[in-house]
Design a protein around this ligand. Structure first.
Ligand code: NAD
Length: 367
């Protein structure tokens, strides 16, 4: 029997509701394959600050570093908005990402046929979209030095530095090429090489690195064009590889293709344990009301199986169960359009329907 050690950090607001549901699905899917999960849970974010005076205790961080993977809900909320610096729930999350050295952020953007009409874009433009955005997460202009703001001179100024080392570009490119080799064999590297030296360096480095993957087709696109193409014809993309700043903006733009933030999973990967979390925040407006869509967190659990545990079949089964639940018409409020074929459900019921679909999927497989 295979065994894995996981850490869960449900966090604040709807975090605990969606993580609880996702864990039930994950445990069930793994059990069906005779896989045992040892799971440790820690308070994280605002709730950890209330209990321990810090959003991320050393104990929680150490446990994450020693685990096979981490599943996180969300952090933050009005109650902690007055906090500053390292006390803020978001600082705990940044600390965790940095301690785990997760330098590649994977954000799959998949439009389920059943939800194609829920997007603000035309159905024919977005149906069938299946993009994987790979964003560099720990370098670039968000971390580059020097950085300075000087307001005490005649003409005040401010600047940040966009710096990339070859090794930083290569390691995230490797993640993107590996992912592309399990998908449609295409990587589109996005930069601003017509203006920025750091982008020309990025492009040259990716071209050189791509020689290790001759079977993958490498394309390049300027970030302004990519922003336009994502709306004009998103189906042209498979794996999109880009830097921290461009990825931050493009992945939020691409998120809108799917209709709801409650559908979007993410994986942050390095060379150790991966960090898996829904893209959404703690949604204080619906917290504790059994209204949150758990599918983004359940889909994050599927990514955890795929990228950290090497359990591709379990990942596929969880994703199929999500698909079947949507096909059967179950919808939380964020994706409910009021059509006759839809049934409005709460968080718990949605999770139960995914569990049911998972059971039925396996019965069909073994029949
Ligand atoms: P949010 O993502 O929490 O909510 C935005 C809107 O989307 C809200 O109307 C919310 O009800 C809805 N929504 C979000 N997730 C949903 C789900 N699963 N199902 C149904 N509806 C959902 O963003 P916000 O309101 O800007 O931020 C709220 C708090 O979350 C803030 O404290 C913010 O700092 C924090 N936050 C945390 C993370 C994180 O932990 N990674 C990310 C973003 C925001």
């Amino acid at each position: 029997m295979k065994k894995f050690n996981l850490v869960t950090l449900p966090g604040d607001g709807i975090g605990s509701e969606v993580v609880e549901g996702a864990l039930k699905v994950l445990r069930t899917a793994c059990k069906q394959h005779d896989i045992e999960l040892n799971i440790q849970e820690f308070p994280f974010g605002g709730i950890s600050f209330d209990k321990h005076g810090t959003p991320a205790t050393d104990e929680a961080i150490e446990a994450c570093k020693e685990s096979d993977a981490v599943l996180l809900g969300a952090v933050g909320g009005e109650k902690w908005d007055h906090l500053t610096g390292a006390d803020r729930p978001e600082s705990g999350l940044l600390k965790l990402r940095s301690e785990l050295e997760v330098f590649a952020n994977f954000r799959p953007v998949k439009v389920y046929p059943e939800l194609a009409h829920a997007s603000t874009l035309k159905e024919e433009v977005i149906s069938g979209v299946d993009i994987l955005i790979v964003r560099e997460l720990t370098g670039g202009i968000y971390f580059g030095k020097p950085r300075e703001t000087n307001r005490s001179v005649d003409d005040p100024y401010s600047f940040d530095t966009m710096r990339y080392h070859q090794s930083e570009v290569e390691r995230v490119a490797q993640k993107a090429f590996e992912a592309a080799s399990t998908r449609n064999q295409t990587v589109c590297s996005v930069d601003k090489a017509n203006v920025l030296g750091s982008s020309r360096f990025w492009r040259d480095t990716v071209i050189e690195f791509s020689k290790k993957y001759p079977e993958i087709t490498l394309q390049h696109m300027l970030v302004d064009n990519c922003a336009m193409q994502l709306i004009r014809d998103p189906k042209q993309f498979d794996v999109v590889l880009t830097s921290n700043l461009f990825g931050d903006i493009l992945s939020d733009e691409a998120a809108m293709l799917t209709g709801s933030i409650g559908m979007l999973p993410s994986a942050s990967l390095g060379n150790g344990p991966g960090l898996y979390e829904p893209v959404h925040g703690s949604a204080p407006d619906i917290s504790g009301q059994n209204k949150a869509n758990p599918l983004a967190t359940i889909a994050s659990a599927a990514l955890l199986c795929r990228y950290s545990l090497g359990l591709e079949q379990v990942a596929v089964e969880i994703e199929q169960a999500i698909q079947d639940t949507l096909s059967a018409g179950y919808r939380t409020g964020d994706i409910y359009t009021g059509s006759e074929s839809e049934t409005l459900t709460g968080t718990e019921e949605m999770c139960n329907q995914v569990l049911k679909a998972l059971g039925e999927f396996n019965k069909a497989e073994t029949a």
